[in-house]
Design a protein around this ligand. Sequence first.
Ligand code: DAH
Length: 352
Amino acid sequence: MNETLERIKAQALKQIEIASDANSLNDLKVAVLGKKGELTQVLKGMKDVAPEDRPKIGQMVNDARSAIEEKLNKKLEELTKRARSAKLMRETVDVTRPGRRLIQGKRHPNQIALEDLERVFIGMGYEVVSGPEVEYDKYNFELLNIPADHPAKDEQDTFYIQRGKTTEDDILLRTQTSSVQARIMLDAVNPEKERTLPIRVISPGRVFRADEVDATHSPSFHQVEGLVIDKNITMADLKGTLAQFAREFFGEKTKTKFRPHHFPFTEPSAEVDITCFKCGGKGCGVCKGSGWIEILGCGMVRPHVLEMCGIDPEEYSGFAFGIGLERITLLKYEIDDMRLLYENDERFLSQF
Ligand code: DAH
């Protein structure tokens, strides 16, 4: 028994000596000192030892245990220290090295212009809403009084996703945010929806047209739709609202001019020009010498459109407008090529 003890102790001490990490030390601890460990086995063999020898053997086992434990703890401490200093070495930072410059992202000019615009309309009590980019013909065309043979419906202008049973069910990429007008009006008269009349919303979003890319065209761009429906809304409300928007967005001195125009869903319809914010109306490169710049289309919602969307035109009237977001962004920041807005060149974006 004596010999066995000596052998266990010598072997354990040697193994501790060569252990290279805390895990193997722990395994060793279990194998020797644990409940089923070698040393514990020796104690279990005591019953075969003569009673007078038991205290001596017991003492020997305890001595072996303490010697092993002590060595184990020392080694563990040493290993922990070594691991720690290795980690510190690895994590050393040379504070004298030059830093790496991080490129900070900026808001896109379109986004800046949109937030400015939203602020103006929210200030006038408007709600900002959105609608789907993939849309039924019904909302994009039919309910807006755009007939089946209208040129805008041609495949040269519109991206179709799927032909439906009737043209109304055709699925397309919306060509204008005006589609949201129809959706909002129908919701306002639908008792199952939360929305009610009156309506005062703007709806910014992406629209799609089968156009070639050039300095002023893109197959995908953004519009901001406006729609107001209430009792006693007149053209004067439309003019006052847009004049106020132009002053707040382009500058206090900006004047507006309404030119008669045609849109299928409004009557009367107009295009709105503003005095050139660059030259103040004298004529310059930005306004191409005319002193005026066109910024949007608008009009009084046609009674027929109100009717199709379930609103009584005898009781309610309203106006609508559609602003090309890229157009006002390019104007506001005097950018002369729309493609710059889509290329995401950091040298361009970092200027805003
Ligand atoms: N949807 C028209 C377009 O894409 C713009 C427009 C004009 C919107 C008049 C309107 C409006 O709401 O009243 O050309």
